[in-house]
Design a protein around this ligand. Sequence first.
Ligand SMILES: Cc1cc2nc3c(=O)[nH]c(=O)nc-3n(C[C@H](O)[C@H](O)[C@H](O)COP(=O)(O)OP(=O)(O)OC[C@H]3O[C@@H](n4cnc5c(N)ncnc54)[C@H](O)[C@@H]3O)c2cc1C
Length: 293
Amino acid sequence: MKAAPFDYRRVTSIDEACRALADGGDDARLIAGGQTLVPLMAMRLARPTLLIDINGIAEMSGIAIVGGHLVIGAGTRQAEILDSPVVKNHLPLLTDALSHVGHDQTRNRGTIGGSLANADPAAELPLIAKVLDAEMVARSVDGTRTIAAASFFESAMATALAANECLTEIRFPLWQEQKTGYGFHEVSIRDSDFALAAAAVQLTLDNGGACTRLHMAIGGASPAPMRLGEIEAALMGTTLDDSLIHAETARLAALVDPQGDIHADAAYRRRVARVLTERALLSARDRAIGANP
Ligand SMILES: Cc1cc2nc3c(=O)[nH]c(=O)nc-3n(C[C@H](O)[C@H](O)[C@H](O)COP(=O)(O)OP(=O)(O)OC[C@H]3O[C@@H](n4cnc5c(N)ncnc54)[C@H](O)[C@@H]3O)c2cc1C
């Protein structure tokens, strides 16, 4: 199929994009990498009347450490983030997760902002934003606001972004503690596919090996990526022994509510979510100890 007719406008600044969104009304859409939107338009599952091309906005691309945050422009290509030594050094969890997002061709075009705004429940980047408490900066003709990841991902393919808002940058808080480790594990049908389920963990240990900070989240097992606060609370302060991790992650099956589809039924996703979470916790703990750099 071919896309329904639409008007096209290329903009070169965030202000211009915001004005175009305001002028275009509810049926105007931004296009970034086009890796999701173009197929949807070709299948006529999306029929924007105005396409606003944000690929020429230089101010929306880049990676920098600002204060205690890693700040990434929403228009930054996924390939650039994956290859960035700054990201690998300061936020290896993001690098690891990105290596599972699509493949070279999709990452060369796809942007971090496009993936977050699209909010696929099985996408890796929303999961990482959620587990790390990232902040999403959104701008419209009415001004700029910052949205915490906890309230940004509302449901499957639904975010807190208003129709007239452009996501401009993402701020990941950096963890300064020395004994910090991360774990990311996913199961997908093929390497480049969305996850059937994925688990992400970042944690900190004190010198005695007790857990002083713990963030855990699961993707693909609920309409939006989900923080696992109950399990985090139960494991905090412990030395994260194998048996305790096994016992606590067993509770996960009752906490998640995955949808079944042609690729995997709900029972399988529930089971695999538990196993992946256990593996992610073990990887994170071992990296924090220094046993698995
Ligand atoms: C073969 C293939 C395999 C893939 N595999 C995976 C995978 O394993 N994991 C995964 O997570 N993804 C996967 N994807 C999707 C890919 O990551 C896309 O890059 C991503 O979902 C969308 O990013 P984009 O920049 O292409 O956005 P676009 O397709 O341009 O836009 C997507 C949506 O976001 C909106 N949008 C874009 N930028 C902004 C912004 N700055 N502010 C507000 N709204 C915005 C658009 O209006 C649109 O609604 C795959 C895609 C393909 C084609």
